[in-house]
Design a protein. Structure first.
Length: 125
């Protein structure tokens, strides 16, 4: 049997003035808006989210074994970018669906994306 250790953090970020709005509603106000490029008024920038992701990844890399992370989609996209050594704004390159499963791992010493945006667990049985 595998033993699990659970931990929670209060490292949540914010989209502040845009909290509770859909992308479509925000774009009515700012037609060219992109969270990864523009951030949110009174909220975190992509660089700040990247710094937060870096702190989480530092903890994950210190774990002897696997780790499971649960978070909102945008921060997970930034986390994947940072795992690969990409800038935080490159999180925009990783489409991510709700309830999907993704796996970040290693191929030898290289950090890689082993599985991304998998929804097969939601298929009808």
């Amino acid at each position: 049997m595998t033993s699990l250790r659970c931990a929670t953090t209060s490292r949540s970020g914010t989209t502040a003035a845009y909290e509770g709005l859909t992308t479509e509603q925000i774009c009515e106000r700012r037609p060219t808006w992109s969270l990864f490029d523009d951030g949110a008024p009174e909220g975190e920038t992509a660089a700040q989210v990247g710094a937060r992701a870096d702190r989480v990844l530092e903890e994950v890399r210190a774990v002897n074994g696997d780790a499971a992370l649960f978070a909102h989609g945008h921060v997970l996209r930034v986390l994947a970018a940072r795992w690969l050594g990409l800038p935080p704004r490159d999180g925009r390159l990783f489409a991510l669906s709700s309830s999907s499963v993704s796996v970040l791992g290693h191929e030898r010493e290289t950090e890689v994306v082993s599985l991304w945006n998998d929804l097969s667990h939601l298929a009808e049985r």
